[in-house]
Write a protein that binds this ligand. Structure first.
Ligand SMILES: [Zn+2]
Length: 425
């Protein structure tokens, strides 16, 4: 059950009224935050350990080993993935109830790290440039806090530690392996994830109801013409002006066919044709991305890109071979859970730390697969380093990105608090 209308101090008052059978007083927001900060050294140490040895994709044996070591000793039943290096932990509360999922991703990026940090990557060409190392460290910090508070839990906390978020659909593999039924008698009924970013003020929690991140689809196309001498284009079928026309027609399609209140981005990111100045090539290659914020718009724009390209080419007696590479769906936050995140963040960290995002981000996230199945939310934890403005700090995925570690315990407390509220009984 999702507690969706908790209020600042109101939760503490009603929390006392619904005290567990053990009679223990539910942990207050202030005490939870203090406990997270008291454990900060372990959180930061785990983060740095992961940061030094990043891995990419679905097979992360070293990272998985570190995660399993971090779970060891906790009263948490841990299983590993069959098809990937995923890890699932189940913490059973003292009373029965539903299951609530907390997620961290753990994969890195093919980026050579240039931060100069003392714990910088020791793996050439690979870097935790999206901060997933911090997500694992915060999730494990929350696992320790929650394991100490099993008497306050009516139900189970499912810890989802996933590989392959960066384009490898790691969450989908975990769902196919039965993630939501990790507790067979109590399927997962709610979920929460945090994502760190250097682009928001350190210590801020940023979230919005509804679309939070975009769907991302890749496409590729080959315009088929006919090669020939550059001096005699009428004897050839030149695909280059047709490719150029397609690029412009796609932009007109977006501005003329797409409702501005349910927007889309179509970017042609790569175009290649020809070899030299006096030869007309026989084909031109284009590829790019489509970003949308609803399933309807996603289907419309995908069909539109293919239609426009095909018909522009046909107007010049050429053809197009089109390929779509399906990316992640739209990440949609449940409105009630997003409101709960804002209230919980204010309760833990003060009202200034709790920020309603005015617009979604057009990046994509595979936690979207989880949120298609259960109501929940993803929030951004701001971690802009001291002395830098969020607008100018090197962003996620940069070879220079640095995340402030100071707010990591705040993230730990937020993860834990979300679960404690959902499983308050
Ligand atoms: Zn990420």
């Amino acid at each position: 059950m999702i507690v969706s209308e908790v209020g600042g101090s109101g939760w503490r008052v009603s929390g006392r009224g619904s005290m567990g059978e053990s009679g223990a007083m539910p942990t207050s927001a202030a005490d939870l935050l203090s406990a997270a900060y008291a454990d900060a050294d372990r959180t930061i140490e785990l983060r740095r350990q992961l940061h030094r040895f990043p891995e990419i994709g679905l097979e992360l044996p070293h990272t998985q080993g570190t995660v399993l070591d971090a779970f060891a000793g906790l009263p948490i039943a841990v299983t590993t993935g069959k098809t990937t290096s995923s890890v699932v932990g189940v913490l059973r509360g003292e009373r029965p109830g539903p299951s609530y999922l907390l997620r961290a991703d753990m994969d890195a990026l093919p980026v050579p790290e240039d931060t100069g940090l003392p714990f910088a990557s020791e793996i050439p060409g690979v870097m935790h440039a999206c901060g997933h190392d911090t997500h694992v460290a915060m999730l494990l910090g929350a696992a320790r806090l929650l394991a100490d508070r099993r008497d306050e839990l009516a139900g189970q906390v499912v810890f989802m530690v996933q590989p392959g978020e960066e384009g490898f659909h790691g969450a989908r593999y975990m769902l196919e392996e039965g993630l939501l039924d990790a507790v067979p008698e109590a399927p997962v009924t709610g979920a929460f994830a945090l994502h760190i970013t250097s682009s928001f003020a350190s210590g801020s929690i940023n979230v919005r109801p509804g679309p939070m991140m975009a769907a991302a689809d890749q496409w590729r196309m080959v315009v088929r013409g006919r090669g020939g001498h550059a001096s005699m284009p009428h004897h050839a079928a030149d695909p280059i002006p047709v490719a150029a026309e397609i690029v412009l027609a796609l932009q007109s399609m977006v501005t003329r066919r797409v409702d501005v209140f349910d927007p889309a981005v179509v970017t042609v990111a790569h175009i290649a044709a020809g070899t030299t100045s006096n030869v007309i090539p026989d084909s031109a290659f284009l590829e790019g991305t489509i970003r949308t914020l609803s399933a309807e718009r996603r289907a419309q724009v995908l069909a539109g890109v293919q239609r426009v390209a095909t018909h522009v080419a046909a107007a010049h007696e050429m053809s197009v071979e089109f390929e779509h590479v399906e990316g992640y769906p739209v990440t949609v936050n449940d409105a009630g859970v997003a409101a709960q995140v804002l209230e919980t963040a204010a309760d833990l960290l003060g009202p200034r730390a709790s920020a309603l995002m005015p617009v979604p981000l057009m990046g994509a996230e595979d936690f979207s697969y989880v949120l298609q199945r259960v109501p929940g939310a993803m929030a951004f934890l701001g971690a802009c380093p001291p002395g830098v403005e969020p607008e100018s700090a090197p962003g996620n995925h940069s070879n220079l990105v640095v995340f402030d570690e100071e707010p990591l315990p705040a993230g730990v407390a937020l993860y834990a608090r979300m679960a404690l509220q959902a499983l308050a009984g």
